[in-house]
Design a protein around this ligand. Sequence first.
Ligand code: ZN
Length: 282
Amino acid sequence: MKSVSQRLPAALLIGLLSIAGCGSGRVVLPFTLDASTLTAPHAAEFATTEDAIRGISAIMVRDLGLPLPYTFTAYVYSGRQGFERGLVDDANVAPVRAAELSEFAVGIGKRRQLLLNDEGGTARGREWYRLIAHELAHVSQIELAQGEGRAEQWLAEGTAEWAAFNVLERLGLDTVANRRQAAAAGIRNHAALLAARLDLETLGNPRGFTVRHLREGSLPTYQLAFLMADYLITRDGFPRVLTYFRSFERRQDRHANFHDTFGQNLDQFEREVLAHLKSVVR
Ligand SMILES: [Zn+2]
């Protein structure tokens, strides 16, 4: 059921709630997306995080065809402690998991929620916009799948990075081609590649992905995920990947959903993408 507050103009609510949040190190920004009023923005026009979220949402929905929920809420915290508390209080993350997440993450996308840690208080520029786009992509995936952590984790992370760099490209701040190049250079000495074993079975679940990036380095693990998603999107098209996320609404079976959407099982894909990765790092 929609609450009364969600029917009020978002701009009005943001004004009220931002004032209420002053001094607590936490700002709450409710959004209502009306497709007819979404306009493609310019990064230079983002005066606030609210502007950035609205503008990036517009690019995602209009240009990338990435559906976002009609209403969602962004929470912006001014430091690690507030972020950790917010994960527990605002997003219902278990305290142990929140402590772990807040150590290495500065943002998280949940069901109709976006939680961001504006640690440096800069909240502006390329990296902040990349973070917003990445987490909004997760919000979209969760909406498509009607639940969290259902799809292959490496594909969820890789697709979120792919979407984020497509947003940065449209904002004139970076390009997807740059990201491909940097990622290929970054994974050249990655343990999984050297061992010629990606182990998508482990990278496919949220816990396994976390263990891997803590062990093998966050940057190369995300670069690896990006390159694998980029390969799949280039091969089969972005709409097919959206169909994949949507398939979890009906059935929560990682292996069957991957096979039915992409026409091959995970082992077959792993062999194919490993050969591709070896060729791009050469
Ligand atoms: Zn992510």
